[in-house]
Design a protein around this ligand. Sequence first.
Ligand SMILES: Nc1nc2c(ncn2[C@@H]2O[C@H](COP(=O)(O)OP(=O)(O)OP(=O)(O)O)[C@@H](O)[C@H]2O)c(=O)[nH]1
Ligand SMILES: [Mg+2]
Length: 194
Amino acid sequence: MKIKTAEFITSAFNIEQYPKDDFPHIVIVGRSNVGKSTLINTVLNKKNLAKTSSKPGKTRGINFYLVNNSFYLVDLPGYGYAKVSKEMKKQWAYNIETFLNTSKNLRYGLFLIDIRRTPDKDDFLMIDWFKQKELPYTVILTKADKLNKSEIAQAVENICKTFNIPQEQVIVFSSLKKMGVSQVLTIFEKYGGK
Ligand SMILES: Nc1nc2c(ncn2[C@@H]2O[C@H](COP(=O)(O)OP(=O)(O)OP(=O)(O)O)[C@@H](O)[C@H]2O)c(=O)[nH]1
Ligand SMILES: [Mg+2]
């Protein structure tokens, strides 16, 4: 898919604030700081569309980006960020779950994991959710520029074993090196409406 237009529509903190039209939703999930907002900017080729930060916890609301006037890319707040209060964590989890459980237009999930990390309990909760809802998804291993070729191959093998998924369901991604961009665009093509 060629990106013609990409615009920030809204940041939602409750259901009433979600867009009310029927465009499909492709959601981006993953731990805080894994590179969700950066991936959006890279794939849509817009430098500062999604706000990024070296400090975890940057994205708080659920951000909707309308792409090519045909689908929403939905940037969820990252989970697993330790340095926030219990109350805040609850609120975060609630916001994420509410979206995932109420969006009628959810078509696809991009599930991001830092290529250098082993998945933890929250990641497993996330993947179990995808499986249980039978939502098609791809695991995207981010920050691949941090590893060499053989380390990347090993990481892909490990993640496939850990989640019991085939290699075709994994994309090796780097915003820095623009790796994996065309594969993500292929997903948009297939699940992004028109
Ligand atoms: N080396 C490298 N760094 C990256 C890459 N993608 C993101 N980063 C860095 O990782 C940090 C976090 O990126 P964000 O895109 O803000 O992460 P996020 O997942 O949106 O974080 P939250 O909004 O807190 O959930 C930033 O310092 C980015 O520059 C990548 O492909 N390679
Ligand atoms: Mg973010």
